[in-house]
Design a protein around this ligand. Structure first.
Ligand code: MG
Length: 164
């Protein structure tokens, strides 16, 4: 496959794993704050990010390319209040959306059609990721720092993965 595109996908594998590591760190932080539902949501998010990395990994392998893994960054350990946590999730997903769009632009420039098709899934996924995080930010803004309401949202987040 096209070497420039291959290198950029390898870079994106790193970004997806970075995202996973960030969410796992957020999960650990939420556990430390007795926000078990928030932690559960973050653990599932971690698993999703690893799945995103593996989609790209498999794409390179299926095309006869070579996966080269890079070092992943050490994530932050402290994330503040519940609203701040989800504001950081939203900001992170907006950053990832930008990276995916740049990758798509490169695939168009290099006429790599299979990568364009693969990335369409990621483009839709990013719309979903931003919506998910944005909805929770909105709810947390509505309730302010009411402990009872935060607890209710924690119980709601605990149900992620069992609602479908
Ligand atoms: Mg991702």
């Amino acid at each position: 496959m096209n070497e420039t595109v291959e290198a950029a996908i390898n870079e994106q594998i790193k970004h997806e794993l970075d995202s996973g590591y960030l969410y796992l760190s957020m999960a650990a932080y939420c556990e430390s704050q007795n926000l078990g539902g928030f932690a559960h949501w973050m653990r599932l998010q971690f698993e999703e990010e690893v799945a995103h990395a593996m989609r790209l990994y498999n794409h390179i392998i299926d095309r006869g390319g070579r996966v080269i893994l890079e070092a992943i960054d050490k994530p932050k350990a402290e994330f503040g209040a519940p609203l701040e946590i989800f504001e950081q999730v939203l900001a992170h997903e907006q950053k990832v959306t930008g990276l995916i769009h740049k990758l798509y632009e490169l695939a168009v420039k290099e006429n790599d059609y299979p990568v364009q098709v693969e990335l369409q899934w990621f483009i839709e996924e990013q719309v979903e990721e931003e919506k998910k995080a944005g909805d929770i930010v909105d709810q947390l803004k509505l309730v302010g720092d009411s402990g009872t309401a935060i607890h209710r949202i924690d119980r709601m987040l605990a149900k992620r993965g069992s609602e479908k």
